[in-house]
Design a protein around this ligand. Structure first.
Ligand code: F3S
Length: 70
């Protein structure tokens, strides 16, 4: 699994970091990004975080959390 945030559509609602605090953080404007690879979408997400990432994706009001299963 890999994930990234579409920073153009993120409205800084803060839900993703609440669901997956080990995966998502926020920049100085409150826009989310992936901690592991600075939002490059290249890092393989450890299995222990998959449920959290799934919750974040489903909870994002603007569908800004992108997830691919490799
Ligand atoms: Fe942004 Fe969605 Fe997270 S709006 S702060 S990517 S839950």
């Amino acid at each position: 699994m890999r994930t990234w945030v579409d920073k153009d559509t993120c409205i800084a609602c803060g839900a993703c970091g609440a669901c997956a605090p080990d995966v998502y953080d926020y920049d100085e404007d409150g826009i989310a990004f992936v901690i592991l690879d600075d939002n490059a979408g290249t890092a393989i997400i450890p299995e222990e975080f998959h449920d959290d990432v799934q919750d974040a994706m489903e909870g994002c009001p603007t569908d800004s959390i992108k997830v691919v299963e490799d």
